[in-house]
Design a protein around this ligand. Structure first.
Ligand code: FNR
Length: 345
């Protein structure tokens, strides 16, 4: 076997550690409940699950979020994810392509996604410091429908080889103005605040993935990659996905909000949609099922999710995704109420 480059090795480590730390026991989605209505006056067949993602029509209101690519092993995962995405008509984002720009031999591990899902909605992914040329190369590599630019300061801080300067706004403004496809600015599991959203609005951002805490935790993952671990360093940092959605309420007219982070099941997706997201990203949960149960079982699981989404919408009396924030009534836990009080939401 040929020796993996440091880049490729890091991509494999991320997948391995994300699975090692995967948990689905509880997160902030459990702090929100729906009010049950006994007479929804609707038939399951009337529910329309379609939505939009960065200007593209999508059949279901969730997408497979950025994870992999950049090594032979993650090439297999990307191919499997793209097979599932194509079969079920689910949009798919690849992991950060910056490794393939530095090391072109790694590009096939991303290109396989478009080859496998020629007509699907595919999102490219780079960091917020990417140049315009790199952004165009990443889009071209996938013939991508949109580009995700990730914000990941806690991860960079914890990574020994990470960035130490975080001047990203001007660059984001340039990329948003000049790239050939829509740009989604995305967190990677630490959530966003109103102040961050205001900064993004001010530079012309239209699409935001809040990427909140509650699922995959990159501080935990990067800490585990270091020889001298300080396990509690930055533990619990960031806003949960539910908190981020609450933060985003003041901006939901000006921005199109996507939510991700800690989504374990269809009920979490519906809660995020009811809190104002237009679509919901799922990463760790899908990777977990893919690695544990294989591709056929994961395809079946997600096919079941689509039916469950329809069922929950019907229970709530909602015929479309856009009706959820208006019609579905929510109950918040005391902790979330306290968050809202302190943050004056
Ligand atoms: C990620 N994520 C990620 N995000 C990104 O923008 N670029 C990337 O390269 C990666 N890489 C990556 C690798 C692996 C193995 C995982 C599990 C995740 C972050 C991902 O898109 C998402 O924002 C977070 O994982 C939170 O969502 P979940 O996992 O809680 O659903």
């Amino acid at each position: 076997m040929t020796k993996l480059s440091a880049h490729a090795h890091r991509k494999d480590e991320h997948v391995f550690l994300a699975e090692k730390f995967y948990r689905s026991d509880h997160n902030d989605f459990d702090q929100v409940r729906f009010v049950h209505q006994s007479l929804p006056e609707i038939a399951l067949a009337e529910v329309d699950l379609s939505s939009q993602l960065a200007g593209q029509a999508i059949a279901v209101p969730f997408y497979i979020n950025a994870m992999t690519g950049g090594s032979p092993r993650t090439q297999v995962l990307n191919q499997q994810l793209a097979t599932i995405a194509a079969e079920l008509n689910i949009p798919l984002a690849t992991g950060s392509q910056s490794v393939a720009l530095k090391e072109p031999a790694l590009a096939p591990s991303f290109e396989i996604v478009r080859q496998t899902d020629p007509t699907g909605v595919i999102l490219a992914n780079l960091g917020a410091d990417a140049t315009l040329a790199q952004a165009e190369q990443a889009i071209e590599m996938l013939q991508a429908n949109a580009l995700q630019l990730h914000l990941n300061t806690p991860q960079e801080i914890v990574m020994p080889e990470g960035e130490q300067r975080f001047y990203w706004l001007d660059n984001l403004a340039t990329l948003i103005a000049k790239t050939t496809v829509p740009v989604i600015v995305k967190e990677v599991g630490f959530g966003m605040s109103r102040a961050t959203l205001a900064q993004l609005v001010a530079i012309g951002v239209q699409y935001v993935d809040l990427g909140g805490r509650g699922g995959t935790n990159f501080v935990e993952i990067e800490n585990a990659r270091r020889p001298q671990r300080e396990l509690d360093y930055l533990a619990g940092w960031g806003q949960s996905t539910v908190e981020s959605l609450l933060e985003s309420r003041a901006y939901q007219q000006q921005l199109t909000i996507y939510a991700s982070g800690g989504v374990r099941q269809p009920l979490d997706i519906i809660k995020a949609l009811a809190l104002g997201a237009q679509a919901v990203g799922v990463a760790g949960t899908i990777l977990h099922h893919l690695q544990k149960d294989g591709m056929a079982a994961t395809t079946n699981l997600l096919r079941g999710w689509i039916e469950q989404l329809r069922a929950i919408c019907a229970l709530l009396g909602c015929r479309t995704i856009s009706e959820l924030p208006q019609k579905a009534e929510l109950i918040f836990s005391p902790e979330l109420l306290s968050y809202m009080q302190q943050r004056q939401i």
